[in-house]
Design a protein around this ligand. Structure first.
Ligand code: C2E
Ligand code: MG
Ligand code: MG
Length: 644
């Protein structure tokens, strides 16, 4: 009897079943579809062996039983083929209702073909023990069908190549090639060598090994350290649930141990172990480890979520560690309405965004350790993303424009400088203010490039339009904290000034105070290099709470800019008036100039003038203006004279 290949196939499948069943899984659709292929291939191999046994002993077994056995094997191949298509579709449609619909169709097709094949004649060839096989219309239709399945698979994989990742696609092609090779060898052996090498069943088993090792090994969804599921598994699972009707709930726990808390590495390791051990005892939830100290719990039942949170938070009220000495205070981020996100990745981005924003105090909640993520937070995230895209577009397409706001000198009674303020445009041409995008530009690091673009535009403006001829002595350009701490700031800016042949005396750079010592050191280095080249500096936003007088002493600035908020407070509070008077006298005592920002009324202007403030900037004179309007403004003003 020629059943060696089939027996090897059964053995291979048994080994796969052993490993697969002993591993932790999250019940993804592809996992289920894989088990579908496994069971049908296994059944088909057993039927193959059975049919060979029946044929071998056909002289003692009734003809009808032999025929039924052989046809059952041939029909099983149809089901194996359909299960393969179903597996690929599970990947493409990721649990969408469409997938369920297709599955019903495949089952129906399999039933129809099974009936057809069962009704067609099938003949048995039993020339010798090595030349035992079946042939005839039923076998031919099955061969034809197997080829069509391969063709459909090929078309599906190729057509939906954007939905199946490249790695998976490659493995699927190899799997199909193995199948095809098995069928071709079987055909050649029968037709040419008259010795039936029945390899199709064995090739299917090898195909399953390939899929198991490369695509369906549950090990690849596990976090090596904890045995929890990993980030990739969470993405796959959320994606599948989002495409289904099932409700689900997420709870993210983030805690910090180690460097920032001065906990020695060995101790933090022990505590982490203890926490992971405690978490692994929970049932009713799937646990995922996102990053070192970030765990996500996924629930299909809301009550379970509340129970697990309750038990976990109670445990965290007690200390951890061998000596029971360390308290750990996790932050919790809960998401009940997960369907408000569009993509699985957005869920994880949300957790990241919220955890950042809450540490920076931008997201508030009654209990700062437990934040419930709702639609408003979501909206914020999508808005940020939109602005980031817009900013990237604007920078790529040069929709970046610099406006200029004139600055008036009270002693010279004319406009002597201007502040350059960036604007970006959207597709409709509408100008967007920096208040909307500077934060995001800083967070994404785009600010360095944007700052360079602005500086280049200012230099080009000075060279091409020569505002100096209308009395403008220098232009103030804002620097963000990120730029100030950027290693190559001085080098880049000096290069740009040289490129446009701009004398550095026409440039004044506005810096703001930084709390970080590293940034401050870098800024001092940059300032030193730029000052040696001839550039002057202002301290912006004085009086916003970040500023202290020490900073003015430490930093070599020539001008201090009083923030609009401070000026407003001056007119509404006696205390603020006192503070501003004192600060003003000290700054003037250091021989520094002062710019009052945000002057909107004549009364404010007169008061500042009487106080001896050197420069005035604000809507009272002019809002920030586009290049052309600014030029017209200073031309007109240069002609008209003072504002008495
Ligand atoms: P800032 O440097 O303190 O600039 C002054 C802001 O106050 C400008 O807002 C200006 O339009 C506004 N302003 C001036 N006078 C008045 C007034 O009388 N009333 C009122 N209500 N507002 C007045 P803008 O242009 O929206 O810029 C906001 C901030 O964005 C700037 O504050 C600056 O920190 C930042 N920024 C602007 N352009 C740039 C840039 O090119 N690079 C960097 N890094 N930051 C920039
Ligand atoms: Mg400024
Ligand atoms: Mg300012």
């Amino acid at each position: 009897m020629n059943i060696l290949a089939q027996c090897c196939g059964v053995l291979l499948l048994a080994v796969i079943l052993y490993f697969h069943s002993s591993q932790k899984k999250i019940h993804l659709n592809t996992e289920r579809a894989f088990m579908g292929i496994w069971s049908l291939t296994f059944a088909s191999l057993i039927l193959d062996i059975l049919s060979m046994v029946l044929i071998t002993y056909s002289h003692v077994i009734p003809d009808i039983i032999v025929k039924i056995g052989c046809k059952a094997y041939v029909v099983s191949l149809v089901w194996v083929g359909m299960s393969c298509i179903s597996y690929v579709c599970a990947d493409i449609y990721e649990g969408r209702q469409l997938y369920q619909k297709y599955k019903e169709w495949f089952t129906l097709c399999a039933i129809v073909f099974s009936v057809v094949i069962f009704c067609l004649p099938l003949y048995i060839c039993k020339k010798s023990p090595s030349e035992t096989y079946t042939y005839g219309p039923a076998a031919n239709v099955t061969y034809g069908l197997a080829l069509s399945v391969l063709l459909v698979l090929g078309v599906l994989i190729h057509k939906h190549r954007n939905k199946i990742n490249a790695d998976r696609r490659k493995v699927m092609w190899v799997w199909m090639a193995v199948w095809l090779l098995g069928a071709v060898l079987e055909f050649i052996s029968i037709e040419i060598f008259h010795s039936a090498l029945l390899l199709v069943g064995y090739a299917s088993a090898v195909g399953i090994i390939i899929i198991y090792l490369r695509l369906e090994n549950p090990e690849s969804n596990l976090d090596k350290k904890t045995g929890f599921f990993n980030r990739n598994a969470l993405l796959l699972y959320i994606r599948q649930l989002l495409n289904s009707d099932e409700d689900f709930y997420l709870l993210c726990m983030s805690y910090s141990l180690g460097v920032g808390d001065n906990v020695p590495a060995e101790i933090s390791e022990v505590i982490s172990e203890e926490i992971f051990q405690f978490i692994s005892n929970f049932s009713g939830t799937s646990v995922f480890r996102l990053t070192e100290n970030e765990i996500v719990f996924l629930f299909l039942d809301k009550k379970e979520k509340e129970r697990v949170y309750q038990e976990l938070s109670e445990r965290f009220e007690k200390p951890w560690g061998r000596d029971s000495m360390r308290m750990v205070n996790p932050r919790w981020y809960s998401m009940d309405d997960v369907r408000m996100v569009k993509r699985a990745e957005d869920c994880l981005n949300l957790f990241h965004y919220i955890s950042q924003s809450s540490t920076e105090g931008r997201v508030s909640s009654e209990n700062n350790d437990y934040i419930s993520i709702d639609k408003s937070v979501m909206k914020e995230l999508y808005k940020e993303r939109e602005i980031e895209n817009l900013l990237t577009q604007a920078m790529k397409r040069d929709w970046v424009e610099v406006y200029f706001q004139p600055i008036y000198s009270t002693s010279k009674q004319k406009f002597v400088s201007a502040e350059a303020l960036v604007r970006i445009h959207d597709e409709t041409g509408k100008a967007i203010s920096p208040g909307v995008f500077i934060d995001i530009a800083e967070k994404t690091g785009l600010i360095v490039k944007l700052g360079e673009m602005v500086f280049e535009k200012v230099c080009r403006f000075i060279r091409d339009e020569n505002p100096i001829q209308y009395g403008i002595e220098y232009i103030e350009v804002n620097l963000s904290l990120i730029q100030c701490g950027y290693e190559f700031l001085a080098e880049d800016f000096i290069r740009i000034m040289k490129k446009y042949e701009i004398s550095p005396q026409y440039i004044n750079l506005e810096i703001t105070e930084t709390a970080s010592l590293d940034e401050k050191r870098m800024l001092q280095q940059n300032m030193q290099d730029l000052q040696e080249f001839g550039v002057s500096f202002s301290l912006d936003d004085f009086g916003t709470g970040h500023s202290n007088l020490n900073y003015i002493v430490d930093m070599p600035v020539d001008i201090v800019k009083f923030d609009r908020g401070m000026i407003q407070a001056y007119f509404s509070s006696d205390k603020a008036k006192y503070v501003m008077d004192a600060a003003m006298h000290m700054i003037q005592g250091m021989q520094l100039e002062i710019v009052s920002e945000g002057i909107e009324t004549e009364e404010q202007y007169r008061t500042m003038d009487e106080l001896g403030i050197s420069f005035i900037q604000g809507y009272y004179f002019s809002k920030p203006l586009p290049e052309k309007e600014f030029l017209e403004f200073i031309q007109r003003e240069a002609g008209e004279g003072s504002h008495q």
